[in-house]
Design a protein around this ligand. Structure first.
Ligand code: MN
Length: 459
């Protein structure tokens, strides 16, 4: 019998600072290789690191929002290991005395939060048959967040990561873009015994799939009484396979030592108070606020608060239209289909969407035609009214012409007409649909039904 799975996550996010953690080099994702480097981030002899106040401040924002206990004194440590992307032979991190411990997000517990520097990057695709090293990333500030192993299913682990990403983006702590490497996640998994570690999961779906695979692998070993070895595994999202990278390092192997070039990091209480006072409204609070203020369903409030930008956009549209229900439905159905929920610019700005909603509300545009107007608006800067005019989409209310069409429809469908006259009332909907189509969706459906009924009965 094995225990239910225990999953812990170790998340690294890139702190959104202008410069690196211990020197003044600029952090730039797509700068030419080895252009943002200096003796400090290369670890050249005699270079002295100096902590970046902005990075510590972002780390503290995250720690405060996660309800962690902040440590007024923490220290920097050298973690020694050799790897080609770390030519100086050690990473400056926090080990024995991290910035913060404890804390939680939803029902999951955070073990610790600390800051550390990133390593360089190996480029395998620049020089044929050779590996190049770009040191621009060396010294970029990272926040490491380690959870307790109290997640039980891959779906829970994924949901936790989604919530964490949302929180960190709200806080402005990190962009959390997995595809750019500004959010990286490792997981440890056990069935109550020895845990293994999984690396290389490059997407939320990848995390979930890798965890499923590892749980199944451990269960299969346990079923035949084979031991689980403390290994580090790499996930291959293309083949859906786990590959053993190495036997997991023991902490002794890193020969941790206090960083001799950096004094302990001491926090001033007034600074912490100022950071706490400056925290924005967080995702859960924002969702509750939207639900309360606009009478939204909890589910919709959660969708609309997925990012600060989206929630602001929604409130902007409501402020201009006074119609929360229409704003919510347009955004969830149409705007999000054309946009990534987290972006700050939407294809159709709040005032433009508000104008479109207004046209429908005043009966100047049918709701069917409004959706095609919306699609046009995404492709140009034209206002809703301009598109309605140029596409001749204004509601069609020429009853005489509609009656002519209704007669034509009945003439073309003698069998359906016979069934209708024999008492099959629902055939009327078919006729109404035909009539709406002939008006290119510009007719008011109620009006169309009225005319269709009258015409059919007159025959
Ligand atoms: Mn780390």
């Amino acid at each position: 019998m094995t225990h239910a799975p225990l999953i812990g996550l170790e998340i690294h996010v890139q702190l959104k600072t202008r410069t690196k953690l211990f020197c003044g080099d600029v952090v730039a994702f797509d700068a030419a290789p080895n252009t943002n480097i200096c003796p400090v981030c290369l670890g050249l002899p005699g270079a002295l690191p100096m902590p970046n106040r902005a990075a510590i401040e972002l780390a503290l924002r995250a720690a405060i929002a996660l309800g962690c206990e902040l440590h007024m004194e923490s220290s920097f440590t050298r973690k020694n290991y050799f790897y080609p992307d770390l030519p100086k032979g050690y990473q400056i991190t926090q080990y024995e005395a991290p910035l913060a411990t404890g804390g939680s997000l939803d029902d999951s517990h955070i073990r610790r939060v600390h800051v550390e520097e990133d390593a360089g990057k190996l480029l395998h695709d620049r020089l044929a048959g050779r590996t190049a090293i770009d040191m621009n990333r060396a010294g970029v500030p990272l926040l490491e967040i380690v959870t307790e192993p109290d997640l039980h299913t891959p779906a829970q682990a994924r949901a936790f990561l989604v919530q964490l990403k949302r929180l960190l983006q709200y806080l402005g702590v990190s962009d959390c873009e997995m595809e750019k490497g500004s959010l990286r996640v490792d997981a440890n998994v056990s069935l109550g015994g020895t845990p293994t570690e999984i690396k290389n999961m490059n997407s939320f779906a990848g995390l979930e799939r890798a965890l499923h695979a590892e749980i199944a692998r451990q269960q299969a070993l346990a079923a035949v009484n084979r031991p689980i070895v403390a290994e580090t595994l790499a996930w291959n999202d293309v083949t859906g396979e786990l590959r053993v990278l190495r036997i997991k390092e023991q902490r002794e192997q890193y020969r941790y030592m206090v960083e001799p070039d950096l004094p302990p990091l001491r926090l001033e209480p007034a600074w912490i108070d100022a950071i706490a006072a400056g925290l924005p409204v967080l995702p859960r609070q924002r969702a509750a606020q939207l639900k309360q203020s606009y009478g939204l369903r909890a589910q919709d409030a959660a969708v609309l608060s997925a990012s600060r930008a989206l929630a602001d956009y929604f409130e902007g549209v409501v402020a201009l239209t006074g119609d929360a229900r229409a704003a919510a439905s347009w955004i969830m159905r149409d705007v999000l289909a054309t946009a990534n929920a987290l972006q700050t610019e939407f294809a159709v700005s709040a005032p433009r969407l508000a104008e479109l909603i207004g046209l429908v509300a005043r009966g100047e545009l049918s709701s069917v035609a409004a959706r095609s107007v919306f699609r046009r608006m995404c492709e140009s800067d034209a206002t809703a009214a301009q598109i309605v005019a140029s596409e001749q989409l204004a509601p069609f209310d020429d009853s005489a012409q509609a009656t002519v069409w209704a007669e034509e429809i009945l003439r073309n469908h003698p069998r359906e007409l016979a069934r209708y006259r024999a008492g099959e009332a629902r055939i009327l909907e078919f006729f109404v649909g035909q009539l709406l189509r002939m008006s290119n969706g510009r007719m008011d459906p109620r009006k169309a039904r009225e005319i269709m009924t009258r015409t059919a009965q007159a025959r």
